[in-house]
Design a protein. Structure first.
Length: 134
């Protein structure tokens, strides 16, 4: 759709200029909206969740899993925000419990695995931050 294309181009422009919103979490919102619309399942997800929040949380999953790689390359990662880092990490177990994952992605075996892995890593980051955030 033209609206989605405009959002994607705006995101790309902000990324190139280094001015992504919400510590870069807006990437997840646009990506989630794009995929949901492409798969034609918008109505299903509208009934199940706040799509904007889902996109933010999925981007946190990505940023947790990619933390070491992103920081070594100097790429955008929400966890570089020291003030909000703990809040971002706590969202995964709070917002992506097993029942929620099953409800949102009943057939998303790989996605569920990635979220569970990020949730586990986020827990380790919270309990031993000195190992991840020197």
């Amino acid at each position: 759709s033209p609206e989605l294309a405009s959002k994607a181009l705006g995101l790309l422009d902000r990324d190139v200029r280094g001015v992504l919103l919400d510590d870069g979490l807006e990437r997840g919102i646009v990506a989630t909206e794009f995929i949901i619309q492409l798969m034609r399942v918008r109505e299903i997800f509208d009934r199940k969740c706040d799509i904007r929040q889902l996109g933010l949380n999925l981007q946190i999953v990505d940023d947790v899993l990619d933390w070491e790689d992103d920081t070594s390359k100097g790429d955008q990662n929400c966890l570089t925000n020291i003030k909000l880092r703990e809040e971002y990490l706590r969202r995964l177990p709070d917002d992506f419990g097993d029942a929620t994952l099953q409800d949102l992605f009943p057939y998303g075996i790989i996605l569920n695995y990635a979220v569970r892995h990020a949730r586990h890593k986020a827990g380790k980051m919270l309990t031993a931050p000195e190992k991840y955030f020197p």
